[in-house]
Design a protein around this ligand. Structure first.
Ligand SMILES: [Zn+2]
Length: 115
């Protein structure tokens, strides 16, 4: 497993490469010259743009064949932030009807969980 990302420390930009996992994780900090900065930022921006590619996520109601168009970052956000904020995975549904149908099946509306 290898992961590269940028870190800024005291105004200096570093390319951090993370290898391995768990206790064997290693980080290599490579300082980047100021001149590379523009290029890197542009590269990263295009990478971010790639993330905006729209994917079709299937509705979580098994009886429904609809898909929900969302960007990869939205999807990521959907699962990661709901897990972080509420410590639960929120399932995407194509419509309120599908959501309600599933909630009904599993007892109760979402409002009851909020209480
Ligand atoms: Zn649906």
């Amino acid at each position: 497993m290898q992961n590269s990302f940028l870190r800024e420390k005291h105004g200096q930009l570093y390319l951090v490469t993370r290898t391995g996992r768990g206790s064997k994780r290693k980080e290599k900090w490579l300082p980047l010259p100021e001149t590379d900065r523009d290029l890197i930022e542009k590269t990263l921006l295009s990478k971010e743009a790639l993330k905006e590619e729209i994917i079709q996520f299937p509705c979580m109601n098994p009886e429904c064949r609809n898909t929900i168009p969302m960007t990869k970052s939205q999807l990521e956000d959907f699962f990661v932030s709901s897990k972080k904020k509420y410590d639960m995975i929120i399932m995407p549904f194509c419509s309120k009807e599908c959501r309600d149908k599933m909630l009904e099946k599993h007892g109760g509306s979402i409002d009851e969980y909020k209480r």
